[in-house]
Write a protein of this length. Sequence first.
Lengths: 135, 290
Amino acid sequence: MTITLEKLETFLGNFLRYGVLSCALVIAVGVGMSLSGLGHGPSRGDQLAALLSGKTTTPQPPLACFAENSLGTCLAEPDSVIAVGILMLIALPILRVLLTLLVFIVQKDRPYIVISGIVLTVLLFGLFFGAGVHG
Amino acid sequence: MGNEFFIAHPAAFEAVVLLISLVAGVMGAVLGLGGGVIVVPALALGFGVDIRYAVGAGIVSAIATSSGAAATYVKDHITNIRVAMLLEVGTSIGALTGALLAAYVSSQFLFLLFSALLLYSAVTMLRGNRQDSGALARPPDPLADKLRLHGSYPDAFLKREVSYRVGHVKLGTSLMFGAGLLSALLGIGSGSLKVPAMDRAMGLPIKVSSATSNFMIGVTAAASAGTYFMGGFIVPWLAAPVALGVIAGSWIGTRIMVRLPSAKLRKIFVFVLIGIALQMAFKALGVKVG
């Protein structure tokens, strides 16, 4: 099976385009929920006051809700929905590297299998080590 | 600025952040930046947001600009995917190192580092004030031949296919380690370092450098994003208008970039960098701005 560079470009281009649109959609749903006044917790004004005062407040892990509550409860919280969208956005470049690696494997392009393999390893290490440091 | 007004009207704050991010997305897509160089100072200087939270928003901006703009540039065959994959080895290792160091450095140091970085990038871009450095001769690099890095791209301004040869592969990759390191510390895709490195050191045409930088910054930012996200420095309701604004802006920016003459592109880049660098330096030295 041969995949030309041109085909790889079209494929990656489409992947990124629809990926970004999906993330934007999820985030927009979260923003819409927030604007229509759904969800609990401190008011946006109070949160904003804390943020704009420039004081380092205690950071809130964005997905904390999912560790403690049911999926349904969290998906009713605008901030959790947005956090899911942001996490999808962060995953996008990592998936892009994975897809490129798979294409190079199919092409049996040895130098680039090694190169994209290293990049993917470092990215995954960053993601899980990041979780380990703060989680 | 009227922070009291925004605290009373949080939706107005989100709207302003959305607009700033839209501009950042356009600039980012056109210049090969992550938009962080606009979003981070706007939040930290304009609104007084703690720089670590501003950096968290900057990382989101970088990933959004990158994925949004890269989708178009890759399809238009401007991005050099092989160069990008190779250089990502340097940036991702650098970024991981930076993310681990981030907890140990002060905000003031970050501001100074940010402005030094921007001034440096501006100076390198000014020094090479030629039409297109891609036309400059580079000593032949056997590694570039072996890895098939050379390429060509369709230039919509010149209305023809422009081919180029890549040089200084090892130097370029080493510079990318530094770019990745700073990127993780400063919440930028560090396109402001990547573009000059590809343009100056490796001899890629400015449009290919911008597009390839755009492609790469998402990966650079993703390498440190996990740490910031899990640490709670990415605030969802702050990141949301940033992501949405930047995605829309980057789409507009890609439509503009291909049609611009290269010399003009380089000039815009330099002015943007100098302006932001001065602001950040003032901030670090405690001078009131805005």
